[in-house]
Ligand binder design. Sequence first.
Ligand code: 2AM
Ligand code: CA
Length: 264
Amino acid sequence: MDWGLLDRYAKSLIKEAGHKIRVSFFSEIEIDSKASANDLVTNIDRQVEQFFIRKIKNDYPDHKILGEEGFGDVVRTLDGVVWLLDPIDGTMNFIHQKRNFAISLGIYVDGIGVLGYIYDVVNDELYHAIKDGGAYLNDERLPYLSSIPLSEAIIGLNASWVAPNQYMDHKKTIELVQSCRGTRSYGSAAIELAYVSTGRLNSYISMRLSPWDIAGGMVIASEVGAVATNLKGEKQQLLGQDTFIVAVPSLHKDILDNYISLKE
Ligand code: 2AM
Ligand code: CA
């Protein structure tokens, strides 16, 4: 496989999809809800996913595609080449704010992340990485992250995890909030992974993410020295929903050891 060629191909699809999304701002967007009233999807999420799938099926017919909106393949294993795609990560932001959303894409080979992309469409900022080849914002190489104590760290965290919730002891999360320098919540896992990779955030934590939310960002984060696992400290399975944390190793360990208590 010519990874450089596949990288250029993936970038060209992402840029074209980003253009389609920007154009969509000039027409009315159709909004539906999925599993719950606040789990939103639009005709644009669907159209962009279908655009990727049409192209990839034509140009790389033996690749599999796991897409959030379900137009891709039924993917039960990560054997072979698998594209993990979220056409719009942060759909609620897309609808309400027209910013703070991204196209999120990871290309995995036999379960290993080889290419990763996060495209902040509105700011025309493309984060990408090739395994063992470094991470980039547009064409600028992102520096390796330095370690940082929790007392100086800014953590990406949704307020839902500080309120009583079904996944974790929220009193520990309150302690985390009180022990770090500050918290932020952007509403797009992909954007938050990009921010951790550039050092704008030092960690990002979520109780419930899907493979397409994080697959691309994990390749990027790994190239700048961050570790991404679930909140038990285990490797992400990337075949179903899971908890999630990304941070440089010392901060990752401190948060998991001292501030996370999962409910069984
Ligand atoms: P989405 O916009 O593609 O749905 C918001 O906090 C982040 O969590 C976004 O990346 C969002 O992705 C994701 N998210 C929201 N609801 C989710 C759910 N029910 N399961 C998994 N991920 C979800
Ligand atoms: Ca989405």
